[in-house]
Design a protein around this ligand. Structure first.
Ligand code: FE2
Length: 251
């Protein structure tokens, strides 16, 4: 068994608030240099204690000035890392510290790795869209594949929650969904972005959303509501044809 950790949305140095002057509420962030650092340390400690050997970070490191410290923390650990860009991340800031062996599309952090029964594919949705170039690339990648583990910051399938209705959804998700449905292969999407745990399905696609390392957003509410009482990450075992996964929540 090879345990992978999926941890996401650290938002280092960013304390969230909600602007209630906007219909449904809009997320904004105050600059608080140490914000969420302890939570990231606790999550990384927990992973190492459980014998995790590889980890995928799901995006949204935090303030630009937090990026170097984020990678310093990771480099000190015995973890093989993969990085997914989120809408708070900047390509150039991140590739100064980490880059894949081959990035398939120019100036996009997208890459693919075979490994066991699941082909892992990472997409870059940092500008809130997949874009034509990545769509063309992934069409090639999924051709003939049996099982795809797709890591991206934004969810692909709709989730009925106020954040989704407040305009945070990925713009061209329908194009990728149609493409994946047509392949008929088994697809599991691992995402973050909405700061909540969710398990959704549509046709041959299953979507597992991981909790944020920073703060959560209540899934069922009339309007965007924050919850700072818990944080966590997801453990994944991709060594068999059946994916095994477990959410770890800390408080
Ligand atoms: Fe986030």
């Amino acid at each position: 068994m090879t345990l992978i950790a999926h941890f996401t949305d650290t938002h280092l140095g960013q304390r969230p608030t909600i602007d209630r002057n906007v219909d449904g509420g809009r997320m904004q962030y105050d600059r608080v240099p140490d914000e969420h650092g302890r939570r990231l340390d606790n999550v990384l400690d927990d992973m190492v204690r459980r014998g995790v050997s590889a980890a995928v970070f799901g995006g949204d490191i935090g303030l630009g000035e937090s990026v170097a410290g984020f990678f310093d923390r990771l480099k000190a650990l015995p973890l093989a890392m993969s990085i997914v860009l989120g809408n708070h991340d900047t390509h150039d800031d991140v590739v100064r510290h980490w880059r894949p062996a081959v990035s398939a599309v120019d100036r996009r952090l997208c890459y693919s790795r075979p490994g066991g029964p699941w082909r892992s594919i990472v997409l870059d949705t940092s500008d809130n869209a997949i874009g034509e170039a990545q769509l063309a690339w992934i069409a090639d990648q999924v051709d003939g594949a049996e099982r795809i583990a797709l890591f991206m910051h934004h969810p692909l399938l709709a989730v009925d929650t106020p954040v989704e209705h407040a305009g945070a959804a990925l713009r061209d998700r329908q194009q990728l969904t149609s493409l994946l449905v047509q392949t008929g292969c088994e697809v599991v999407v691992f995402c973050g972005h909405y700061h909540m745990v969710d398990d959704a399905r549509e046709a041959n696609i299953r979507q597992l959303m991981s909790p944020a390392v920073s703060y959560q957003i209540i899934k069922r509410a009339d309007r965007i509501t924050l919850d700072s009482s818990t944080y966590g990450y997801r453990l994944i075992d991709l060594s068999g044809v059946e994916i095994r996964t477990e959410v770890v929540l800390l408080s």
